[in-house]
Design a protein around this ligand. Structure first.
Ligand code: SAM
Ligand code: ZN
Length: 396
């Protein structure tokens, strides 16, 4: 009997520049995959998330010799792709609590020619990360990619990152973050979610706010490099730096959003600002958060990653990065044309037409990748509604 034989059926996949083994998928997987029922987790639909990790590591680090850790690695394809496709990794640590994943990762590391620079573990992610939380044991890049919430792993992941390092985080628990299950959001993220048709961006901001608050607790600051929402998950990449003063500075980007139930206006305020009534009708608004109110991306790094995505022919990543690069960063909120249409009892113009018209009137406006029906603007709500009505009539 072959000692190294795997105890489940596998097949060879190709993603990016890597060929690897993962559990054989049932027919029709293009429509729906149920990775949780597999002996080892693998979701081909998460290619975009892995492409983005490859691009962000490539764009962020300007030197060779970086140490990378993937503490919840499944079949290992993410870490392996980062090492092979960026060519700047000198040490790769892959880990998974599932023993089948461990055996599979070892094979995939060997096949990718990375055995010399790679350590593979079969531990609880928190144990592995805690064992790398001091001095030279820390990593330059840690990628936390669980099925569900990253909350239980965040503090250890942050502590296992060097100052100046990069942390990638996925959250697939969109029901709590988007407000379908508010108490679960309070339990996991210590935050009240925004239950509304506009909740996708606030979900990402709650996640980012939680990363910033967790980092601040251990004396580190965060600067977002890229944050995006896609189908079943949210992903954020942040730069981490040591320093209590910097940590306090980054907390200035965390605060509250409020929505007036009478007139629908949305306002935001930082942690230390006084409680405000609705500035339009003086009603008591409903508050939610804490959440990140600052920018979600670093324009320079996105532009660099865009160039890399084009060269590597990563079309989906390229299109998403291009959309994000055109998005307004300073307004933590978007409108939806269908919702305004409902309120005004009018058919909805295209979001792009509203953006063009608002810009022509001198306002800042953009589409948003968070929502195909959405647009962002600094124009007051009355102007938004005026423009909406004008276009609804002229496009009819
Ligand atoms: C979403 S999958 C990882 C997918 C992988 N990052 C990729 O890009 O293909 C999450 C993995 O975390 C592993 N896992 C769950 N709890 C864990 C824990 N406490 N410690 C380590 N691994 C864990 C699961 O076995 C699963 O393989
Ligand atoms: Zn009001």
């Amino acid at each position: 009997m072959d000692e190294n034989a795997l105890e489940f059926p596998t097949m060879v996949y190709e993603e990016g520049k890597v060929r690897f083994l993962a559990p054989a998928l049932k027919e029709g997987w293009e429509k729906a995959v149920s990775p949780s029922g597999m002996p080892v987790f693998f979701n081909p639909h998460s290619k975009l998330s892995r492409d983005m990790a490859v691009l962000m590591v490539g764009a962020y680090f300007e030197r060779k010799g970086i140490k990378v850790c993937e503490p919840l690695a499944g079949c290992g394809v993410r870490g392996i792709r980062i090492a092979v496709e960026t060519g700047i990794v000198s040490k790769l640590v892959l880990n998974d609590i599932n023993r089948f994943a461990y055996s599979l990762m070892k094979k995939n590391v060997e096949a990718a020619g990375l055995a010399e620079i790679t350590e593979v573990y079969n531990l609880d992610a928190n144990a592995l990360l805690a064992a790398h939380s001091t001095g030279k044991l820390r990593f330059d890049y840690v990628d936390v990619d669980p099925a569900g919430s990253p909350a239980p792993f965040l503090e250890n992941a942050i502590r296992a990152c060097q100052s100046g390092g990069l942390l990638g985080v996925t959250a697939t628990d969109l029901a709590p973050l988007c407000g379908t299950n508010p108490l679960a959001c309070v339990r996991k993220y210590d935050a009240i979610p925004y239950t509304s048709p506009y909740s996708k961006e606030t979900a990402a901001r709650i996640l980012l706010g939680f990363v910033a608050r967790t980092a601040a607790r251990v004396g580190m600051s965060v600067s977002p490099v890229l944050t995006f929402y896609r189908r079943h998950y949210i992903r954020t990449f942040v730069r981490l730096n040591y320093g209590k003063t910097l940590a306090k500075e980054s907390l200035k980007n965390v605060g509250w959003m409020s929505e007036c139930k009478s007139c629908g206006s949305v306002q935001w305020s930082s942690y230390l600002e006084d409680f405000k009534l609705c500035e339009f009708c003086n009603s008591i608004p409903r508050f939610f958060g804490p959440l990140w109110l600052g920018e979600l991306t670093s324009k320079d790094l996105i532009l660099k990653a865009l160039g890399m995505a084009c060269e590597a022919d990563m079309k989906e990543a390229y299109n998403l990065l291009r959309k994000i690069s055109e998005e307004i960063q300073t307004i933590p909120f978007y409108y939806r044309v269908d919702e305004i249409g409902k309120k005004l009892r009018s058919r909805a113009p295209k979001p792009a037409s509203i953006v063009d018209r608002l810009r022509s009137l001198g306002f800042n406006a953009s589409l948003t990748h968070f929502d195909g029906q959405g647009f962002k603007t600094d124009a007051p709500r009355e102007i938004v509604e005026e423009v909406f009505s004008e276009l609804a009539t002229s496009e009819a």
